[in-house]
Design a protein around this ligand. Structure first.
Ligand code: FER
Length: 247
């Protein structure tokens, strides 16, 4: 195993990244792995997913998006457009690595929503996508006036949305309102692995089920009794990833 730590440039924004290669073979597959809202690359469930992929001989490029982890930008200024632009830059970076054969994209929660969007946008570059507990209800919540359990007027968006823990900008909401995930689901016809705990407190399990139905070629692995970050059965999430890549 080798780990390299570096930054990927995205229009002057530095995206903190780590590349974990299971062996030094000259060619091989790579999966980009992205954390969720308020998350980062060292969370237990992100490391568990990375290790499961490495077990299958897949190199993993963990990248932190705008306003998260060690990347540039303030959390309160992040939007899904910024994350989309970041993820496109990471895909471009990964495509240029000389060892990469097949390219995959995996993301958790808001990173899973991002994975679904980029899947539709980069269908020719991505051999498969793996949205984990994908938070693809965020655009609906932005349009209906409820995010993070906080109500707001969707026609007159507040300057900020604040609770005890965090502050989101009005632009986060404005951007999310314009996003239509179903369009990007329809645009991606490659294999999709969705993993979702049926006791998820942050992203209702029904969204994993609905996404699996809408994709042309999706497999849903349900982690029974598990929460948003698979804290009760992390091995089952890792097993689902290993099984997907072993098929
Ligand atoms: C929300 C529910 C879940 C929300 C974001 C999330 C911004 C994202 C969760 C995650 O990425 O872990 O209402 O609003």
């Amino acid at each position: 195993m080798t780990t390299k730590e570096f930054y990927i440039d995205c229009d002057g924004i530095r995206l903190h990244s780590k590349l974990d290669r299971p062996d030094d073979s000259p060619k091989g597959p790579l999966c980009i792995l992205i954390h969720g809202f308020t998350g980062h690359m060292e969370e237990d469930h992100i490391i568990a997913a990375q290790k499961a992929m490495n077990d299958c001989g897949i190199s993993v490029l963990r990248a932190e998006m705008y306003g998260h982890g060690g990347s540039d930008g303030d959390f309160k200024d992040h939007t899904l457009y910024k994350w989309v632009t970041n993820a496109l830059a990471v895909v471009d970076y990964a495509k240029k690595l000389d060892f990469v054969t097949d390219l995959y994209l995996c993301g958790h929660s808001q990173g899973g929503l991002l994975t679904m969007l980029i899947g539709g946008m980069r269908r020719d570059d991505l051999k498969a996508i793996l949205p984990l507990s994908p938070a693809w209800m965020i655009p609906e919540g932005a349009r209906s006036g409820n995010l993070l359990g906080m109500p707001f007027d969707p026609l007159h968006i507040p300057e900020t949305l604040v609770n005890d823990e965090l502050e989101l900008s009005g632009d986060y909401i404005r951007v999310a309102q314009t996003i239509h995930v179903e369009d990007e689901i329809a645009r991606y016809d490659g294999p999709v692995l969705i993993v979702h705990g049926d006791d998820d407190e942050a992203v209702p399990y029904i969204y994993g089920q609905k996404a699996a139905e809408l994709y042309q070629n999706a497999k849903l692995v349900t982690i029974h009794g598990d929460d948003h970050c698979y804290t009760r059965h992390p091995d089952e999430m890792a097993d689902a990833i290993r099984a997907f890549f072993s098929e």
